[in-house]
Design a binder for this molecule. Structure first.
Ligand SMILES: [Zn+2]
Ligand SMILES: [Zn+2]
Length: 375
């Protein structure tokens, strides 16, 4: 079938993207679903910093590629061997397909699925297939098995989580990356206990979800660090008890002062090693520093080696919120429906697919938290 999509052909085109137009809106040819695959009509797809990291070249991926990894939609057709999904089912995408058989999957850590990670790195589906061609006949890669910036996409059944049909799909998209990653870092990776001091570096969509997760976990204080007053105001609205503008004061000293020596859990959701070093320094002796952001692959972290031993410190990575998506997405949606996880407050605006390059300018500048493409 023919469908409209946003295709990235070249890494590292300069901002502003409204001028350089790295994403080309064009008609693509989508093959029908093969065995184990599903055709999904995308209803909502979020613009996330991880897409931006592909566009700006800091997380290189094979080109060309239909980007987008935070999405929700409706099943329109299923390939042979798909028994758990049928047409008209509503689904959220997991940006790591979960094979169910590798060691991480078998030990309850599907966010680390090894065949899933390999497929994502090569731009293929978990089945090894690519189902997209452009009008010149060039094979186009899939982004993390999702490719949500398209009216229709093909995904493997291992990338899809069925949800109740009454949940608005534009809002549901946010659960595929922002919510599962941010809340998951707090409740799955760190397992924050009530009354513990938490600090969070970086108030993008994921960081703000970590604030909501910390509130759900009963943490206090909850200290939000960023350099944009608008994002700090939103953090306060979502549960931060204190906010620190790192453009005017030293955030490490400020967190230490507020917590008598450091927070028990500090989350780095910025994606650079300088912020991670600050987060480590703002962590209390015996505490845990959780890294959620994705620095460029060449960056290194330098910390005092002896401090890990003598101060019993822990540094934990958190990928996709250490989530088990089939367990966690329904759980997070239940919290949302109970009013305890107001992710709709992250929604800056809804845009059309042809405004996607302007949308990435707004994300890069911090003018927008989450923008959803509505088809
Ligand atoms: Zn994301
Ligand atoms: Zn696996």
């Amino acid at each position: 079938m023919k469908t409209l999509a946003a295709v990235l052909y070249e890494l590292g085109k300069p901002a502003p993207y409204a001028t350089s137009q790295p994403l080309v809106i064009e008609e693509i040819d989508l093959e029908g679903p093969g065995p184990g695959e599903v055709l999904v009509e995308i209803i909502g797809a979020g613009l996330c910093h991880s897409d931006l990291s592909v566009i700006d070249g800091s997380r290189p991926r094979p080109m060309p590629m239909v980007l987008g990894h935070e999405a929700a939609g409706i099943v329109r057709e299923v390939g042979s061997g798909v028994h758990d999904l049928k047409p008209d089912d509503h689904v959220i995408f997991s940006f790591v397909p979960m094979c169910g058989h590798c060691v991480p999957c078998a030990t309850g850590r599907p966010a680390l699925c090894e065949p899933g990670a390999k497929a994502n790195l090569t731009g293929a589906l978990l089945t090894g297939s690519r189902r997209i061609h452009n009008q010149q006949g060039t094979l186009v890669n899939h982004h993390l098995g999702v490719s949500g910036f398209a009216q229709y996409t093909i995904a493997v059944q291992e990338s899809l989580i069925k949800i109740d049909a009454h949940i608005p799909l534009e809002r549901a998209a946010l659960f595929g990356c922002a919510a599962i990653t941010g809340v998951g870092a707090v409740i799955n990776t760190a397992r924050v206990e009530p009354g513990m001091a938490v600090a969070i570096w970086g108030m993008g969509g994921v960081g703000l979800c970590a604030v909501m997760g910390a509130k759900l976990a009963g943490a206090t204080p909850i200290i939000a660090v960023d350099i944009l007053p608008s994002k700090l105001a939103l953090a306060r609205e979502l549960g931060a008890t204190h906010v620190i503008d790192a453009s005017s004061i030293d955030p490490v000293e400020a967190v230490r002062d507020l917590t008598n020596g450091g927070a028990q859990y500090v989350f780095e959701v910025v994606g650079n090693e300088r912020a991670l070093a600050q987060a480590y320094s703002a962590t209390r002796r015996g505490g845990t520093t959780v890294t959620v952001g994705l620095p460029a692959p060449t960056r290194m972290l330098s910390v005092s080696a002896v401090s890990i031993t003598a101060e019993e410190r822990t540094i934990k990575g958190s990928f996709m919120g250490s989530a088990v998506p089939r367990r966690d997405i329904p759980r997070l949606l239940a919290l949302h429906e109970a009013g305890l996880l107001p992710v709709e407050k992250l929604l800056t605006r809804t845009i059309r697919l042809d405004a996607i390059n302007d949308g990435f300018d707004a994300l890069a500048s911090g003018a927008a938290v989450r923008q959803i493409i509505s088809f």
